[in-house]
Design a protein around this ligand. Structure first.
Ligand code: PLZ
Length: 440
């Protein structure tokens, strides 16, 4: 699958001297508003390994934030990209058409939950998919309001920034925000209300504060990603979806981070048998190239006037070629099954850590989307410093983990679904050592 040796190899300290030199240059050329998790410069990547310019092999437990599920240089993706780039790089699908766009649409219409008639519109980024899902829902219902949840992340554009919950760094100093966005609590099993109570609150806010007949869409991540890998308590989302169905509200699943095999099913809503009206995908869809989609009921998708949807790069042909390669790899290699195996392999080890280290407040996730939440021992007070220290310990030893969470106190694991199990075990060993040394 890749000729990169699938082993953690450290030649220098992390970051190494060549990465440090390049990072210094970056600081002179790139605005400081771009943060960086680990300032190493990448030379190549594939399977479960990222090779930096100093020749170090790091284990990738981040996938560029849940993107490279098939690996960062999957031959199926690379070959198709090469072939497409050699024929044409762009036409703009609104100007002249090409097969790749329609093939990706057909694949998503087939793969997303539900056997109703569907349509798929392609865009470029996840935020753009979410924005378009809102536009389509408003056009279909003729209603203005959009309901989102605590811990939600939907993007950084003006509309999606309003839909995103966390103030720092996503919203701070960037307002005013788009109107008609309403936030309700989710059923957060660790910090919030149980499913029944959260659902009652949801229904109450819609009835008494917004007006049910003013709500165009409820937009939910089946697992809140950036917000801390919060898996809503069982039964909550199905009831929300049912409420939407009963009240003419479009139920939108934001599967940008969870979708396309990541959680052990093709889509995370499948864990609870939910059939959303619209599904947003991006990230893993493009196999590393920028591509996003809104897939949904034909009558909703077709309610928009001709010319109302689009974008210069929407469904770019090279990105579509990459997506066809990625989707083929996901299906052929049963990467949903592989994600479930990753979860079955890693989750017990994380639980063992939680049992022995009081600073681990919670362990959660599904499939290859797993997280540890750090707290002050003995309570639930978030400890972002512990999460940062654990991540730093891992980084210095060549394991690339990411943090997240409303309180920035969560270390999350998003390995490529093709990762070699020995390599994965090695990385989890390092993580376990980090937790014991730093937080134990
Ligand atoms: N919806 C559920 O996870 C992107 C954000 C990284 P874009 N998550 C990573 C960052 O800090 O910018 C995301 C998501 C969910 C929407 C998005 C937005 O996707 O492709 O980043 O626009």
């Amino acid at each position: 699958m890749t000729d990169i040796e699938q082993r953690r190899i450290l030649h220098t300290e992390i970051p190494g001297p060549l990465s440090r030199e390049r990072h210094a240059r970056r600081q002179r050329e790139v605005p400081s508003g771009f943060g960086v998790t680990l300032p190493i410069f990448v030379e190549r990547a594939g399977g479960g390994i990222v090779v930096d310019v100093d020749g170090n092999h790091l284990v990738d437990l981040g996938c560029g934030i849940a993107v490279t599920s098939v690996g960062a240089s999957d031959p199926g993706v690379v070959e198709r990209v090469r072939e497409q780039a050699g024929r044409f790089t762009h036409t703009c699908f609104m100007v002249t058409e090409y097969d790749g766009f329609v093939e990706v649409a057909a694949a998503l219409n087939r793969l997303t939950p539900g056997d109703h008639e569907k349509r798929t519109a392609l865009f470029t980024t996840g935020a753009e998919a979410v924005e378009n899902a809102v536009k389509i829902s408003r056009a279909y219902t003729g209603r203005p309001a959009v309901v989102v949840f605590d811990h939600a992340y939907h993007g950084r554009t003006s509309l999606t920034m309003a839909m995103t919950a966390k103030q720092m760094p996503y919203k701070h100093s960037f307002g005013p925000f788009s109107p008609e966005i309403y936030r309700v609590p989710t059923a957060d099993p660790f910090r919030g209300a149980p499913a029944e109570e959260a659902y009652a609150r949801f229904a109450d806010v819609l009835r008494t504060q917004i007006g049910v007949d003013r709500v165009a869409a409820v937009v939910a991540e089946p697992i809140a990603g950036e917000g801390g890998f919060v898996v809503p308590a069982e039964g909550f989302l199905p009831r929300v979806a049912e409420f939407c169905r009963a009240n003419g509200i479009v139920f939108v699943a934001d599967e940008v981070q969870t979708g396309l095999a990541r959680t052990g099913r093709m889509f995370a809503v499948e864990h609870e048998g939910i059939v959303p009206d619209l599904v947003c995908t991006a990230k893993a869809l493009g196999g590393g190239l920028p591509l996003s989609a809104v897939t949904g009921r034909a009558e909703i998708m077709d309610s928009v006037h001709v010319g109302g949807l689009g974008g210069t790069y929407a469904g770019n042909p090279i990105a579509c070629a990459a997506a066809l390669g990625a989707l083929e790899s996901i299906e052929r290699q049963d990467l949903a099954g592989r994600a479930a195996e990753i979860g079955a392999r890693v989750l017990p080890r994380l639980r063992e850590l939680a049992g022995s280290v009081p600073a681990v407040g919670d362990v959660r996730g599904r499939g290859a989307m797993l997280a540890l939440e750090f707290v002050e021992p003995g309570g639930k007070t978030p400890s972002p410093t512990t999460a940062a220290a654990v991540a730093k310990y891992c980084h210095e030893r060549g394991v690339l983990v990411l943090t997240c969470g409303t309180y920035s106190n969560v270390v999350r694991l998003l390995p490529p679904l093709v990762i070699d199990f020995e390599l994965l075990d090695d990385a989890v060993d390092v993580l376990a050592e980090a937790v014991r040394k730093v937080a134990g």
